[in-house]
Ligand binder design. Structure first.
Ligand SMILES: Cc1ncc(COP(=O)(O)O)c(C=O)c1O
Length: 960
């Protein structure tokens, strides 16, 4: 039978019949990519919520007084048109062979990694592994990353990534500040550091009164500094042995940091062997494209004694309920929430996905392969060096790995231009030199073109002598663990990646209802351009005329974000939300300073704020004053007014989150802004909850002065298992002159990230999202996000008390389920979170902002069917709690306490007072496509007591 028969247009009688075209609006279709419930489902959901229309629900939820004055203006685009547009825009980027170096290098992403990791939603849509039972795959990959970093740097402990090399250096400086025995308040900065790192160090040092002392290593006065940072190899290529400098520093009680390069360390003596305390750097050249600045993973490794002060996340090894090996985040998991302004750093989101890619690059090549790449890079540098010297050029340094500089004097512009004629970018070094960094992609053709730029026509054969003294050769092994020695047939690689991703629960399997995290769809069309050559191959410091496509994208995205937020200007530099908070507060501080208000240093922060808020305020040199919450969860306005008045002319800022972290549109937001302004302070509105505002409310119109947006929440950038992210900040016009500068763009101070536009390439995702949705589509997404949350609240209200409903009994885009009453019968919030895994779900946000509760944020992306599956799961869990409460089973024996159930549980002897069926297949769990957690409940305390942060020993691996 034909699937489709064209309706006859002519009846036999000869009369013309009216033809009704099928309604299939491609724009709707594009929006439906993001909006889960169908129109018919929405009708049903509105009935359950008890409102006649979506508009009526919004009227009951979002206070009229803050609704935006005009709708968003731009039209939607179909996926097809979007991809066409992106193809046109990318043509405006010109890809040259960039030999600029300075922390960014050409690299070959193995296609097996690109396809199976970077382009695979099982990896990129995963959330940060706070729930270890559903994250064993990415935890193993991150442990491989830590092992790789620890091995190559020669230091025993490494973390699971930081944001970029420059911010990692700043984190190391602060670690040194905490750990140093020296009382000095100065930090020595080697002038061979990448300039962008020096800038970020200066920005970060200022609020703490740390003086940055710059000089050549032999100018360091060890007893006048609490620590020092050296670059190895240096930004201009120098390979030096820092052993003696480090010994001098240690003798004076100081801490030694080395910024280094993983590929160089495959050949060169490692920082650990020189006595370094901390090593930092970027893992970009391990298979992660430059992407015009990012995202890439930075790394940090340190001596064992410093591990408890290390920022960021550390994966550790622990055991599960059966005593089997299980991975988990160790030590300071979400430490900001515990220590708040006393936290050691504000790093929350980092660069997990890129760290995973880099770790697989090491698995793919193994130690021999990496060494071969390092040798090839080095001998190409030697070849260039020798050819230039033979031609009479003044080439430096004498000891180098991959980078040399050539004195060209007044001919600098001419040589740079000749290079460009040959499709190359050299680095401009001072007024009379050019820098050349070779990389994995440098081949005979590139060598010939480089030499041609200097008028040398006969490239010599590959060099075979070392370009550094033999004593600098590395003597220790690295990557000895079997994972780096597996059979590297692509089938094996592909299957290893698949095995790991199968252990995890990401958005490609189920809704991830994490409050304050906005786990929405990351649509395929938005992700596509990330791997296009003309977007991903640009060095961040190429001349502007080679990045016209990026400029157009950033300009248009900026305009759209301004229209969405009501701000006047944006900085795209911050590469995480917390980094945005910090940048925003630093902008406020600079504004106050410009007006002579240097005494303004108090920052009012409500008790319910996200932990990164107080941590960022402390990093910006502000004193945190905590404001109470009223019983209904709102900011206690009287307390706020009193504390603002007490601060008086020392009030620098307040930081509020809107809608509040309790998931409610507080009616008093304008009053809070007004009080702050009356006392001369500035309002920082944390934009992490923008998913409840876009198209309906503009923070700028409510009286706020600055906000960061978590583009990895509201604007469709995937969470990547803990990063990448982007946290650009929007400001009102009066703050625009104080936004972060960058030495490679406007030359202004205040850089907060290594690259001028942060992790620029992922901005494409947010831009594509805005373009496809159109203004009206974005507003509709907000409405549906609010509908989905209210639907869940309405359906679950009978089973779980819902905390903090607004005045009219509505929640915003998330709702808090109160599970504290169950503690009386011995059921914890942990039990419920783990039981949800059996039902096939990632737990909601646990114990934040209120301990013992679950915060659910469904987002607009989830369909009614998925919401219903989730609701059924939570209702079944409620029934199990009732079984405990009514004495039918004890909490200890209940499926709640034994959750999550593994295959091993299923097949082992069964002596539990509930059935296998109930244990393993509760409502919500799919019969055929059941998600089985690879481990049972993980023992957190055991992991912290027995800290292991690198791959477990060979025997454990072999046993597996
Ligand atoms: C309310 C709020 N503010 C700030 C942040 C920090 O964002 P990021 O993790 O990108 O640093 C978060 C992230 O979870 C958040 O929920």
């Amino acid at each position: 039978m034909a699937l489709w028969t064209k309706p006859p247009t002519k009846l036999l009688s000869g009369k013309i019949m009216a033809f009704t075209p099928t309604r299939y609006d491609t724009y709707d279709f594009a929006n439906r990519r993001h909006i889960g419930p169908s129109p018919a489902e929405m009708e049903e959901m509105l009935k359950v919520v008890g409102v006649p229309s979506l508009e009526a629900l919004i009227d009951e939820t979002v206070p009229q007084a803050i609704r935006q004055s005009t709708p968003l203006s731009w039209a939607p685009m179909t996926e097809h048109a979007l991809l066409d547009k992106l193809r046109e825009v990318q043509k405006k980027n010109q890809v040259m062979t960039s030999l600029i170096g300075q922390g960014y290098y050409g690299t070959a992403t193995p296609p097996v990694i690109q396809r199976n990791i970077l382009e695979n939603p099982a990896w990129y849509t995963a959330y940060t592994p706070y729930q270890p039972e559903i994250a064993q795959g990415r935890l193993e990959a991150l442990l491989n990353y830590q092992t790789m970093v620890a091995d190559l740097t020669g230091l025993p402990v490494a973390n699971a990534s930081l944001l970029d090399e420059s911010t990692a250096a700043a984190e190391a400086m602060m670690m040194a500040h905490r750990a140093s025995k020296s009382k000095a308040q100065a930090f020595f900065v080697d002038l061979n550091l990448h300039p962008q790192t020096v800038d970020v160090l200066e920005t970060r040092a200022a609020p703490f009164g740390i003086t940055i002392v710059k000089g050549q290593p032999d100018e360091m006065l060890p007893d006048q500094v609490f620590g020092a940072i050296f670059q190895y190899p240096g930004t201009y290529g120098h390979v030096r042995d820092f052993t003696d400098y480090i010994a001098m520093l240690h003798a004076a009680g100081g801490i030694a940091v080395m910024a280094t390069d993983l590929l160089a360390l495959c050949l060169l003596k490692e920082p650990g062997a020189m006595g370094a305390d901390i090593a930092v750097g970027s893992a970009q050249r391990f298979g992660v494209p430059m992407g015009y600045g990012g995202p890439h993973a930075a790394f940090m490794a340190c001596r064992d004694a410093l591990k408890r002060t290390m920022p960021g996340r550390i994966v550790g090894v622990s055991i599960d309920a059966r005593g089997n090996k299980a991975y988990r985040l160790a030590l300071q998991t979400r430490e900001q929430h515990i220590r708040r302004e006393k936290a050691t750093s504000n790093v929350c989101t980092a660069q997990a996905l890129l760290a995973v890619m880099a770790s697989f690059y090491a698995v793919f090549h193994g130690p021999m392969g990496l060494r071969a790449i390092a040798e090839r890079v080095h001998f190409n540098a030697v070849r260039l060096h020798d050819a230039l010297v033979a031609a009479g050029a003044d080439v430096a340094p004498q000891a180098y790995f991959d980078t040399i500089t050539v004195r060209v004097g007044v001919g600098q512009m001419g040589i740079m231009a000749a290079a460009r004629q040959n499709g190359l970018n050299f680095r401009k070094v001072g007024e009379g030199r050019v820098g050349i960094s070779v990389d994995e992609l440098t081949d005979d053709d590139v060598i010939a073109r480089v030499l041609a730029a200097f008028g040398i026509s006969d490239p010599p054969p590959a060099g075979t002598h070392l370009g550094f003294p033999e004593e600098m050769l590395r003597e220790t092994d690295y990557l000895t663990h079997p994972v780096f020695h597996m059979n590297r047939a692509e089938s094996e690689m592909m299957r290893y990646m698949r095995r790991l991703s199968d252990r995890d629960l990401a958005l490609d399997r189920a809704m991830i209802p994490l409050g304050s995290c906005t786990m929405k769809l990351n649509a395929a069309a938005e992700m596509a351009p990330l791997t296009w050559h003309r977007f991903n191959s640009l060095h961040p410091f190429v001349p502007a005329d080679q990045a016209g496509g990026y400029a157009e994208m950033i300009e248009d995205l900026t305009a759209k974000l301004c229209e969405i937020t009501g701000y006047d200007a944006f900085s795209m530099q911050p590469n995480s939300g917390a980094q945005g908070e910090y940048a925003g507060l630093m902008t406020i501080a600079a504004y106050h300073r410009s007006r002579g208000d240097t005494q303004r240093d108090v920052c009012l922060i409500p008790m319910s704020a996200h932990g990164t808020n107080p941590a960022s305020a402390a990093m910006a040199g502000m004193k945190v004053v905590v404001v109470k919450s009223a019983p209904n969860g709102d900011v206690d306005i009287e307390d706020f007014a009193a504390k603002a008045a007490a601060a008086g002319d020392t009030l620098a800022a307040c930081m509020i989150t809107y809608p509040s972290t309790h998931g409610v549109f507080e009616e008093t937001v304008k009053t809070i802004c007004q009080i702050t302004h009356e006392h001369g302070g500035q309002v920082y509105l944390d934009g992490a909850n923008m998913n409840a505002l876009v198209g309906l409310v503009r923070p700028g119109e409510c009286g706020s002065d600055v906000s960061h947006l978590n583009l990895h929440k509201t604007f469709a950038i995937p969470h990547g298992g803990g990063g990448p992210g982007m946290g650009p900040i929007g400001v009102k016009a009066h703050l625009a002159p104080f936004l972060p500068g960058h030495s490679e763009t406007d030359g202004k101070p205040g850089a907060v990230s290594a690259a001028p536009y942060g992790s620029a390439s992922v901005l494409l995702i947010s831009w594509a999202y805005c373009l496809m949705m159109g203004g009206a589509g974005l507003a509709q997404a907000t409405r549906v996000a609010i509908l989905n949350a209210n639907y869940i609240a309405a359906r679950l209200r009978a089973s779980y008390p819902i905390l903090f409903m607004g005045n009219r009994g509505r929640v915003a885009h998330e709702c808090i389920l109160d599970t504290r009453p169950f503690a009386d019968v011995g059921v914890t919030v942990d039990d419920i979170a783990k039981r949800l895994i059996d039902n096939g779900f990632h737990a909601p946000t646990m114990s934040w902002p209120v301990a013992g509760t679950l915060m659910v944020e469904p987002t607009e992306s989830e369909t009614k069917a998925e919401l219903d599956r989730f609701i059924a799961a939570l209702e079944a869990i409620r029934a199990e709690v009732r079984d405990v409460a009514e004495g039918r089973i004890s909490a200890e024996d209940s499926p709640l306490r034994h959750a999550p159930h593994t295959v091993e549980d299923l097949v082992a002897e069964w002596d539990r007072p509930y059935s296998r069926e109930q244990g393993c297949f509760p409502p919500g769990a799919f019969r055929v496509d059941k998600y089985w957690p690879p481990v049972g409940r993980v023992d957190n305390a055991y992991g912290d007591r027995n800290l292991v942060c690198t791959c477990p020993p060979l025997e454990a691996w072999a046993a597996e």
